[in-house]
Design a protein around this ligand. Sequence first.
Ligand SMILES: *Cc1c(COP(=O)(O)O)cnc(C)c1O
Length: 379
Amino acid sequence: MRFATRIIHPGSELDPSTGASSVPIYQVSTFKQPAVDRPGDYDYARSGNPTRRALEDALAALEGGARGFAFASGMAAISSVLLLFSAGDHLVVSQDVYGGTYRVLTRVFSRLGVSASFVDTSDLARLKEAIQENTRALFLETPSNPTLKITDLAGAASLAGERGLVTIVDNTFMTPYLQRPLELGADLVVHSATKFLAGHSDVLAGAVITKDAAWADKVQFLQNAVGAVLGPQDAWLVMRGLKTLQVRLEQQQQSAVRIARWLSEQPEVAKVCYPGLRDHPGHALHQRQAAGPGAILSFEVRAPGLARQILDGVRLPLLAVSLGAVESIISYPTRMSHASMPPERRRELGISDRLIRLSVGLEDPEDLIADLEQAMRPR
Ligand SMILES: *Cc1c(COP(=O)(O)O)cnc(C)c1O
């Protein structure tokens, strides 16, 4: 069946005991065992909860994986996956990986002896050069944040396969509706479900989806051992949001295309980063590996003071960190999501103080354009 049908009928959508149209919120911490030596399907809610399991099964079905695992946040999911590695191990990581991933690698895992090289993975030659004797994994994000660089997932995964490395992909920006890294050779997919999957800026959640049962065993062990699990109320909210993922993303993407084109025609705008534009360096590659350009774009204005004028002057988009919600969200990477980065690293990544990121929501695109236009006008 096609995606739109599977999203509504992933196989885990009903309450098996009553036929209720949504899975109940099992607000419990423990489950009665049939006998001392006979545990039931569920024993303790850190190990498994039926509400969480329904979400995990839906995510696995949509990503095309063997098993899904839901965590308390995207960072809880990512940190749990990184605990697959041990002191002495090394990872090659996309240069402009999510700021929280950069932080946990450089300030937490570095202390535990797990090292990382941050390289421009949109260039496979550089990625290959960065692989060391002790490299165990690639951790990739495509499109990247906030400059939307594209990494060749199949190319990177095949390189990883030759060297016996694990390929991990953060698929938050695309979601399984637009991009399925496991089909392109990745072993593990991670998500901040806080963003498009849940989609309403009302819940924090994360997920890991594994290619096969062997990886599922390892991640399940860590999920239970570390315990950063998603609670049943939040699992229910993510499932509710997930049902409209396709229609939301389809509409948001259409608006993003419209807004990206409009922005690229404005004399005040120096550059628009959006893989849906033909002049984007990763346009063709992205088109091959994903079903659409998504709903996140960034743009650089020409005048030094104009970025702040726009950020202060817009009335519709929420000035906030986060993305992928029903409302448009505008942010200033240099002072918000990427503020903790050293200035020279920001410069390397093309994150200037004239760069604005926009997550396009479900408002009418003409209203969003009119709003951007009034905010851009000389004051
Ligand atoms: C937000 C985000 C994360 C972190 O997720 P949280 O749910 O905020 O912990 C990870 N990766 C990407 C790409 C994100 O946008």
